[in-house]
Ligand binder design. Structure first.
Ligand SMILES: [Zn+2]
Length: 128
């Protein structure tokens, strides 16, 4: 075996190992987040808005049946801002705090708003 051949073999083995390690690493660390495509906001069972993720830090105003909720977005994290100016009677949506991956959802019954992640084959398969 020539020295050049040995280098090529070593290179191939190195590439195989590193691609396996990267694959393994991404699955462990970013597993759920890698598959999230967007966050969906439903109002009265209709899609009100769909925002691609990850999102920059921003706020979105949602008009519900009871009042206006302020949604905070930061990367893959989502919450209903506890300082939303309009009163939510049960405050369950606000007290829930940040959600960061499926299947976590935020539901505001008084406002008839549902917030959930879209992404991943199994979730898409269920919703259609
Ligand atoms: Zn609420």
């Amino acid at each position: 075996m020539k020295r050049g051949d040995l280098l090529i073999y070593l290179f191939i083995i190195f590439m195989l190992l590193s691609s396996f390690l990267i694959y393994f690493f991404l699955n462990r660390i970013g597993g759920a987040n890698q598959r999230i495509k967007s966050v969906v906001v439903e109002y009265k069972r209709q899609v009100f808005t769909e925002i691609p993720l990850p999102s920059e830090k921003r706020t979105v105003e949602l008009k519900g049946s009871w009042g206006v909720l302020i949604l905070n977005l930061d990367g893959y994290k989502i919450r209903v801002n506890p300082a939303s100016p309009h009163y939510c009677p049960d405050k369950i949506c606000m007290n829930q705090g940040w959600i960061s991956e499926p299947p976590q959802t935020i539901v505001c019954l008084p406002n008839r708003i549902i917030i959930y992640y879209r992404g991943g084959a199994q979730i898409d398969g269920l919703t259609h």
